[in-house]
Design a binder for this molecule. Structure first.
Ligand SMILES: Nc1ncnc2c1ncn2[C@@H]1O[C@H](COP(=O)(O)OP(=O)(O)OP(=O)(O)O)[C@@H](O)[C@H]1O
Length: 894
């Protein structure tokens, strides 16, 4: 040990700068010789130290024990080792840290009569002797030694130097940790004084006779020697510093089991307390050995509470585990070694403890401040306070600018909305209901017309509304009978140059546009879409979900464009508009009063397109940025080039998609196939408002030559008027009536599907039933057409079965939150198309989950996912799915 002077203080400051260092507890094992009793009963000595670090159990091989035969520690001491040697090699360095201002602890752990007291007595004496020796050799420092002693007996703390046996309380001191209240602390005069006090402790300590030890220590004893030292030259001066630390000598009570010590009565009670506190000690050590994660139960016993700094805190610690070599104690010896092994992994964090005068403290703090400042400076110019302020100002400006932009965008959006409303009104006035009327009048679908009045123009001002301004052209195909004019129109926005295609019956442009609409709206956008939906009001959330219908609607409308030739009147209008546009006469048309001519109404509306289009495009871009502020994320919007082409998408206001029959022609899908990236979920993301009148697109009830015209003309609006029960009753009744006619329709479709079936191979890989969300396989659902496909499937029956099942599900749910009365699902298709059918069936499971959870409000647009051929829910292979759908799928949805 060197001198504790100015050098040491400087060294300490360096240590402080580096921070405290972790150090493992020093663990040694001491084997005592067989005692007289053990020899008398011819006990075998099973343990042997084979070197300075390893102790082995010689009986292990013979026993074929499951325990390790060898244990390695920092040091092991043979039975012939003296206590002096144990001290020198196993405790001295740690113990004498105290003179350098570092707390230290020396423990003795082991079963009763293993030699703990024997060892600790010696170690205490040797340590104190060395300390006094050290003091004598370091006259430049002044030392103050204080001594205190306590025992923990039956979980009560007693002062071994006091004459009062009243248990002492433990207090928590924020600076010093756990403190024993009113514990006697004697300032040592000299070595003999300490010896005197040690004798008192020995006399005071609870000792009892057990079968293993006549003078068994029945308590845990902690002797504490505190040393304070200051450099003499600074004594009394303002800048003096004092090192202060203490060394604990802990002689634990025996760790044996009560039964082994043959305890009874008072001894048994003592044993219980001893074991409890030792059990806690073991737990603490075990937990600490695994790292400091989680709760360490220091407070579960007084022993661990007092020893907390020694076990995992600010102290250097050495543990000497004592053990008997006798075979009769092999179990206890193994326990001791297990404890020692755990303790060997525990690290403590010892620091030099310095008590500073005020002046020294100020000086130290100034030094510390200077160090931190220089560190700050070295991190570069951007971290100076000036730069922070500039950064803050810049951010403030950015925020201000963004707020302005948001206001402008809001205004633009409102303006666009009002323009669009006017536009819709104008168009609505000028168009005559055609197919939709016939569709609505169709008896099969009379019950399906409950949402016409749920018109909501707000749905039109969202991103798709940009389509309105695309080319200044619209075709109002359908008209909803019950709704106001504006709510009844479907707008087929054609891209520039698309007029010719349309007139020529070429729908490829529309189809590709549809695909583009999905481009960039990857499967992952479902979540984003939901996020968008969440920030809108509740109604908008519902509306947003309905957008899924549009996915289907797009398909059917696109196909309509192909299959439904424009009426001559429409063609005339289209041509007139095209010509007007080409001639640049839109400006003039604006000035023409709208009331004068219906066609001019169209064109005058179109005249605002340029301005509107620009605004909406700007809006789209900006909102896209708002929706997707992270450029790295896939944008919910198509690229600008695609935006222009995406105008080919129709803009439809849809209250619901109660009745949609989709047929997919091969040619349609063939063209769709050219645009592979058609995930639909993103479409919903960018469309936070409800689209009304989706059912209007159902005029697309064409399947080749089997064009169906459906009508919901006389149906009632169910929302807010009819009670749920009434609605259910009505609808179930209607559904039963409809089934027959649908079945005949289905028969026709089945024939067509059969044709395709003959041309398609069964994909064996895809026929494996797959687990759905609820863990059921498709097979479990019981609707797998593949199973029936080997035989002749009865599709009407299958349909009826499915329909019943769904209605049954529906009826068990609380439907009041949903704008649905009832629904059908009709799958008509090639039975070999297992993937597609499975997907649909999986969706049935999905529906079942939703219904059973009662979370209908949130999922009121489940039809959207059913209808969507590219639903994100379960579809893994979009291309394959599309192939499957070609010309063979009819989904009927009410
Ligand atoms: N290494 C040793 N060499 C010689 N004798 C020893 C040694 N260790 C212990 N002994 C003797 O064994 C007996 C029991 O020792 P000790 O009282 O120290 O055990 P202990 O572990 O403290 O027991 P307890 O937990 O019951 O207090 C004593 O008589 C002691 O002198």
């Amino acid at each position: 040990m060197g001198a504790i002077g100015r050098e040491e203080l400087m060294g300490w400051e360096k240590t402080q700068e580096k921070g405290a260092q972790e150090e493992k507890i020093f663990v040694s094992v001491r084997l005592r010789p067989l005692n007289a009793k053990e020899i008398a009963r011819h006990d075998m000595s099973d343990w042997e130290c084979i070197n300075d670090n390893t102790i082995i159990c010689r009986n292990n091989l013979a026993e074929r024990s499951m325990y390790p035969a060898a244990y390695t520690f920092d040091r092991v001491f043979r039975c012939d080792c003296s206590t002096k040697e144990v001290y020198e090699l196993g405790a001295k360095e740690v113990a004498l840290s105290v003179v350098s201002g570092i707390n230290s602890s020396i423990f003795a752990y082991g079963q009763t009569s293993s030699g703990k007291t024997y060892t600790m007595s010696g170690i205490t004496e040797y340590t104190v002797a060395d300390i006094y020796d050290y003091i004598h050799r370091h006259g430049e420092r002044e030392f103050v030694l204080k001594f205190s002693a306590m025992e923990i007996y039956n979980e009560a703390v007693r002062d071994l130097l006091g004459f009062d046996s009243t248990p002492l309380r433990l207090l928590d001191d924020p600076e010093r940790g756990t403190v024993v209240e009113r514990l006697t602390e004697e300032t040592l005069r000299d070595w003999s004084h300490l010896q005197e006090l040690l004798c008192i402790c020995e006399a005071q300590r609870q000792i009892g006779e057990t079968s293993l030890n006549e003078t068994s220590s029945r308590s845990h004893q902690i002797l504490r020697l505190t040393i304070e030292s200051s450099a003499r030259e600074f004594l009394g001066k303002d800048n003096s510093s004092t090192l202060a630390a203490s060394v604990d000598f802990v002689d634990l009570a025996g760790s044996e089991r009560a039964s082994q010590a043959l305890s009874a009565g008072a001894r048994l009670k003592e044993g219980c307390h001893i074991n409890r506190s030792l059990l806690t000690l073991g737990t603490v050590i075990r937990k600490l050995s695994k790292g400091r994660t989680g709760h360490i139960p220091f407070r579960d016993s007084k022993l661990t509470r007092i020893l907390q700094p020694s076990l995992g805190g600010n102290a250097r610690t050495a543990i000497i585990c004592t053990m008997s070599p006798a075979r009769s104690h092999v179990e206890q010896s193994r326990n001791t070694l297990l404890f020692a092994s755990c303790a060997n992994k525990v690290a403590t964090n010892a620091q030099v403890n310095v008590v500073m005068s005020d002046k020294a403290l100020v000086k130290h703090l100034q030094k510390e401040l200077a160090r931190l400042e220089s560190e700050l400076r070295s991190t570069g110019p951007t971290s100076t306070p000036d730069n922070y302020a500039a950064l803050l100002r810049e951010k403030d400006l950015q925020i201000e600018k963004m707020e302005k932009e948001i206001n402008e965008l809001t205004q633009q959006r409102d303006l666009a909305q009002s323009q669009l409303e006017r536009f819709l009104q104008v168009v609505g006035d000028s168009q005559t209901p055609r197919r939709w009327d016939s569709f609505n009048n169709h008896p099969k679908f009379q019950a399906c017309n409950a949402w016409e009045d749920e018109s909501d123009l707000s749905g039109l001002v969202y991103p798709q509304s940009s389509d309105v301004g695309g080319t200044g052209f619209n075709i109002s195909q359908y008209s909803d009978r019950n709704s106001g004019i504006s709510s009844n129109n479907h707008f087929l926005q054609l891209p520039k140059n698309s007029e010719d295609h349309l007139l020529n019956g070429d729908t490829s442009s529309q189809l590709s546009i549809s695909s583009h609409q999905f481009d960039g709206l990857g499967p992952g956008s479902c979540q984003n879409w939901e996020e968008v939906a969440q920030v809108t009001d509740e109604d908008n959330e519902d509306l947003c979900k309905e957008v899924r219908c549009i996915e289907m609607e797009e398909s059917s409308t696109d196909r309509n464009v192909e299959s439904n030739a424009l009426s001559p009147e429409e063609n005339d209008k289209l041509l007139a508009l095209t010509e007007n546009r080409n001639r640049g006469t839109t400006e003039e048309l604006i000035s023409t009063p709208l009331e004068t001519d219906k066609d001019l109404k169209h064109t005058s509306t179109i005249s605002s397109y340029d301005a509107l289009e620009q605004k909406l495009q700007d809006m789209q871009k900006t909102i896209a940025c708002l929706v997707n502020p992270y450029p790295d994320e896939p944008s919910p919007w198509p690229p600008e080039a695609e935006l222009s082409s995406s105008r080919g998408m129709k803009l439809t206001r849809s209250q619901s998609c109660r009745a949609t029959l989709m047929t997919s022609s091969s040619s349609w899908f063939g063209k769709q196939e050219q645009n592979q990236n058609t995930p639909q979920s993103g479409f919903e993301k960018v469309f936070p408002g409800r689209l009304d009148g989706f059912q209007k697109n159902l005029s697309a009830l064409n399947y080749g030559s089997n064009t169906e015209s459906l009508s919901g003309k006389d149906s009632q609006n169910s929302e807010g008027s009819a009670s749920t029960n009434e609605l259910k009753a009505d609808n179930v009744k209607t559904s039963v009536e409809d089934v027959t006619s649908i079945q005949s329709f289905v028969e026709e479709l089945k024939e067509m599907a059969k044709l395709q079936y003959d041309n398609q191979a069964i994909d064996g890989q895809e026929t494996e039933p797959k687990a759905d969300k609820s863990g059921k396989t498709v097979k479990d659902v019981g609707l797998d057409p593949v199973e029936n496909s080997s035989e002749s499937p009865s599709w009407p029956l299958e349909f009826e079965r499915q329909r019943k099942e769904i209605i049954e599900l529906w009826n068990t749910c609380n439907v009041s939150l949903v704008h649905r009365t009832y629904f059908f699902l009709l799958f008509i298709g090639d039975p070999a198309d297992s993937i597609y059918m499975k997907v649909e069936l999986r969706r049935l499971s999905f529906l079942r989950d939703i219904f059973s959870s009662g979370n209908l409000a949130k999922h009121s647009m489940v039809d959207g996912c059913i209808l969507s051929p590219a639903s994100r829910y379960e579809v893994r292979n979009l291309t394959r799915l599309k192939n499957m759908i070609q010309g063979l799928t009819v989904i009927l949805w009410f």
